[in-house]
Design a protein around this ligand. Sequence first.
Ligand code: GDP
Ligand code: MG
Length: 366
Amino acid sequence: MKLGIVGLPNVGKSTLFNSLTKAGAESANYPFCTIDPNVGVVTVPDERLNVLGEMYHTKKIIPAAIEFVDIAGLVKGASKGEGLGNQFLANIREVDAIVHVVRCFEDSNIVHVDGSIDPLRDIETINLELIFSDIEILERRIAKAARAARNDKAIAKEVALMEKIKAHLEEGKMAKSFEDIADDEEAEWLCGYNLLTYKPVIFAANVLEDDLADDGAGNEKVQAVRDYAAREKSEVFVVCAQIEQEIAELDDDEKKMFLEDLGLSESGLEKLIKASYRILGLISYLTAGEPEVRAWTIKEGTKAPQAAGKIHTDFERGFIRAEIVSYTDLMECGTYAAAREKGLVRLEGKEYVVQDGDIILFRFNV
Ligand SMILES: Nc1nc2c(ncn2[C@@H]2O[C@H](COP(=O)(O)OP(=O)(O)O)[C@@H](O)[C@H]2O)c(=O)[nH]1
Ligand SMILES: [Mg+2]
């Protein structure tokens, strides 16, 4: 999973990015590292992995991972190629979801590009750039398809759809809110355009330390972002990027105490990871053994063979069946053998929908 961090300059994107990747990089043994200064990998905290690791005397624990990209350079006019904006917009096109940082904190030492703190105005500014960029994408596609559309009904249908989406965007609306979809084919097309304004968004309301304890309830700017996000069916999480950076320096015990002092039960990183799993409809299944205990991220509703395909395409192609015990059942029984005796290790076939916390052994033949 890949998340892109966007927002106006000086809202706290890089501070957040640095704290996330620092906290994440140290937490585990992960085969990725920081790829370049703007791309970082964060592991997904999952207590179940440690418990399984002990049970199996595991040599290696591999948590699920999220890749973050710090996308700078989004300013008014970015879509018109001012500055490096357009290139940065291209970076966002590959992400699964957008983390949109909005400044809700006052600090006279830190300049705001538009002179005052107004998160809704800032959101509109960024959204407009994303919308312009999407319009351009559609225009290019329409121009390319126009000639073929004259002799091909399917292409003509698609061009008509693109025209409708474009008109929707030209009203200043996001592709996400486009509802005039006739059938599955059209839904698939819309999905395939990779439009920026079609991607799920999580707003990170960057606040002062004082606003953390009540989760921003006393800050009317945060409330404004919440109302906006609710209308858009987006998620919001309240964070103080500066504090997050301090937390990232601490070890686990210190971190817990520090959070308790602030009246918090989890760090911004944990909140963000949960929000992204929710908004993308993701769950984790697990594989466990002595060599390695590992979490695999899949979309809710994924069937066993496709889940197996996450590990290796051979597992999907040659899928025979899956041997599954749920994490809770395994914990209640204490050992795999005991779970098997109680009939809690199930054999599931191609139609089985994988659940969060399923511990799976795939049988395959290629
Ligand atoms: N007071 C305060 N300052 C912050 C916070 N987050 C970032 N800053 C400061 O705001 C400035 C811009 O932050 P930066 O992360 O570089 O913003 P970017 O341009 O969005 O990447 C820096 O001086 C940060 O130290 C915050 O939560 N509180
Ligand atoms: Mg930056």
